[in-house]
Design a protein. Structure first.
Length: 105
């Protein structure tokens, strides 16, 4: 498992996510880079469809597949690579090391 900068709670490197539907491919996240240091907060701002929710889902390993596919990049959460990990590992960290608060419209 890669251990990158240990001051970072989260590090996303060159992340690509797409949704492959029957008649199109939506490139939802394209080469995203970000990092969050311990004790810091980061806000993601962007127009509707910019890929904010998809980014959050990717960190939780919850991009719906199909139609969603993470096609490249690295997501390092507390020193552990997230991408490619099995469902059991991802379940074990959700709600403990990483959570998502869904917006109520
Ligand atoms: N399940 C899906 N199937 C196909 N396309 C999807 C799916 N989910 C998201 N998309 C597409 O991926 C792109 C990114 O969507 P996403 O929901 O991540 O954006 P967002 O920045 O959270 O938008 P919003 O501000 O409206 O919440 C959009 O073009 C969206 O239509
Ligand atoms: Mg959203």
């Amino acid at each position: 498992m890669s251990r990158e900068n240990t001051n970072n709670v989260l590090e996303i490197n060159d992340l690509y996510v797409e949704y492959r539907t029957r008649d199109s491919v939506v490139k939802a996240v394209n080469g995203l880079e970000l990092s969050i240091k311990k004790g810091k907060a980061l806000g993601l701002v962007g127009e509707t469809g910019a890929g904010k929710t998809t980014t959050g889902l990717a960190v939780l390993g919850l991009v719906p597949d199909p139609p969603g596919v993470v096609t490249g990049g690295q997501i390092i959460l507390r020193g552990e690579e997230i991408l490619g990990r099995d469902a059991k590992y991802l379940r074990s960290i959700r709600g403990k090391k990483v959570s998502m608060i869904f917006r109520i419209r």
